[in-house]
Design a protein around this ligand. Structure first.
Ligand code: FAD
Length: 454
């Protein structure tokens, strides 16, 4: 791929597509990137009901660092040093994210991040962005795409050596690339959706809660997380069922909204003065997992980001893994002179791991919903962290491996399972030892009592 200057078309200038364009341009290629939405740097581009801010962690940071963007992005972010859990009884408890100083997350505004990546890619020789341009069809045999201006007007066609489908969870590139092939596709909608709400800066100009943290309100029927913003506000994401007695559909009057928040998130109510208006006006987003294969066609087409592997957002890894795709694709294109082999190597290197990420993201939803506020959960998380401190080279908690390292997801899970087995064996050993000690003590007491009676 890096032997001659080739023509690449990237479809979708979201997070994955914009970063991929930058990586491909650094390999010396001509890159045309088509995006149906307006330029994210223009006033016209709104967040389209998507999450407003995102948690950036090690994988995403490594990918941004690879093109020299990390320092700039971090300047635009707020560090999240720990997770602050708000209990239904109004109690608040901090849970550290990692064991080492640098093991933190960074909250960054989606549009600011995309704007930074787009500007960097645009400054690269050979990159051309085409906003307001919708891909309508793809001929996978020739690498020809048809693109129509969203404002109306003549559609045009472009033929490329390689087409990169970075057009998100409902990818048109994926549909057209896989059409008629023996392709697998599974799409799981969570019965829960999400809505963005705001904790504005206080009337005194200060943040209403501790800023440098991810705030979590766990709950069985609804849960909420809040990411900090640089202006001192926080953006909350409320997750709950679309339909049913406790659902977005049921929050249909101001009284229902207040009643719901007073019962489920008592301390949150006073933090969100605009609650009723935001609940009424903000759209409900869908949460989708996509597992699919193949991710590529011959040496012509390849998928990255959500187009290849959308996951529920509960591990905060969708963007991070999309960015990681860009790094691995870049490495495979460099390592394999034959592009078909490079695309095959990329899919083989990524798919087993993003499938595991999908499982982890579902499991983390269940943890946030059912377990995070339980004492047992805090105790086992604390034991995990203690062991990581005592045995830093040998013991790494699963969350730390996922968020703070670039250990591939399936390897991280396998290692965490091994650690769990050790912990369980040690626990069982301790329980057995404690049981034997208790029995021995009881026998000794019994003997003494019998001796005293004699
Ligand atoms: P997208 O961001 O969806 O970009 C796809 C682009 O393609 C869009 O700009 C779209 O307009 C364009 N497009 C689509 N079709 C066409 C077409 N036919 N022609 C031209 N252009 C097209 N991830 C994290 O890592 N950390 C988090 O904290 C986090 N929080 C999240 C919270 C929520 C509530 C949600 C829903 C997601 C969250 N994610 C998070 C996941 C993250 O948002 C996604 O994984 C990420 O946006 C995927 O990037 P992408 O570029 O693959 O897709």
């Amino acid at each position: 791929m890096n032997r001659r200057r080739e023509r690449v078309v990237v479809v979708g200038a979201g997070l994955a597509g914009s970063l991929a364009a930058l990586y491909l341009a650094r390999q010396g290629h001509e890159v045309d990137i088509f995006e149906r939405r307006p330029d994210p740097r223009s006033a016209l581009a709104g967040p389209e009901g998507r999450s407003i801010n995102l948690g950036l962690s090690a994988r995403g940071m490594r990918a941004l660092d690879g093109v020299g963007l990390l320092a700039d992005v971090l300047k635009h972010s707020v560090p999240m040093r720990d997770r602050v859990v708000h209990s239904p009884d109004g109690g608040v408890r901090a849970q550290p994210y990692g064991v080492r100083e640098h093991e933190i997350l960074h909250s960054v505004l989606r549009e600011e991040l995309i704007s930074l990546v787009v500007s960097a890619a645009e400054a690269e020789p050979g990159v051309r962005f085409h906003f307001d341009s919708l891909l309508t069809s793809l001929d996978r045999e020739t690498g020809t795409v048809r693109v129509a201006p969203t404002a109306g007007g003549e559609a045009s066609t472009v033929t490329a050596d390689l087409v990169v489908g970075a057009d998100g969870v409902f990818s048109t590139v994926r549909q057209q690339m896989q059409h008629g092939l023996r392709a697998n596709y599974a799409q799981d909608f969570l019965p829960w959706g999400y809505k963005e709400l705001t904790i504005p800066v206080g009337t005194d100009g200060q943040p209403r809660v501790r800023l440098e943290a991810l705030h979590v309100w766990p709950g069985h029927e609804a849960l909420m997380v809040a990411h900090p913003n640089r202006d001192g506000s926080l953006t909350c994401t409320l997750f709950m069922a679309h339909e049913g007695p406790v659902s977005f559909a049921a929050l249909d009057t101001p009284a229902a909204v207040w009643d719901f928040f007073r019962r489920r998130f008592p301390d949150a109510e006073e933090l969100m003065p605009d609650l009723v208006r935001e609940i009424t006006e903000h759209p409900v987003g869908h949460l989708v997992t996509v597992r699919t294969a193949p991710w590529r066609y011959a040496d012509r087409v390849v998928l990255i980001g959500d187009a290849a592997h959308a996951v529920y957002p509960f591990y905060g890894q969708g963007m991070n893994s999309a960015f990681e795709d860009c790094v691995v694709l870049d490495e495979c294109l460099t390592a394999h002179p034959d592009r078909a082999a490079a695309l095959a190597a990329y899919e083989a290197a990524r798919k087993p791991h993003t499938d595991v990420l999908a499982d982890l993201s579902t499991a983390n939803f269940e943890d946030l919903r059912d377990r995070v506020h339980r004492l047992g959960y805090s105790a086992s998380a604390a034991a995990d962290r203690l062991l990581a401190r005592l045995l830093p080279q040998r013991w790494v908690p699963l969350y730390a491996m996922v968020a703070h390292t670039t250990i591939p997801y399936a390897d991280a899970l396998a290692r965490a399972n091994r650690q769990d087995r050790i912990l369980r064996r040690a626990g069982a050993g301790l329980t057995l030892a404690a049981g034997l000690a208790a029995t021995a003590a009881a026998l000794r007491v019994g003997r003494r009592r019998r001796a005293a009676r004699r």
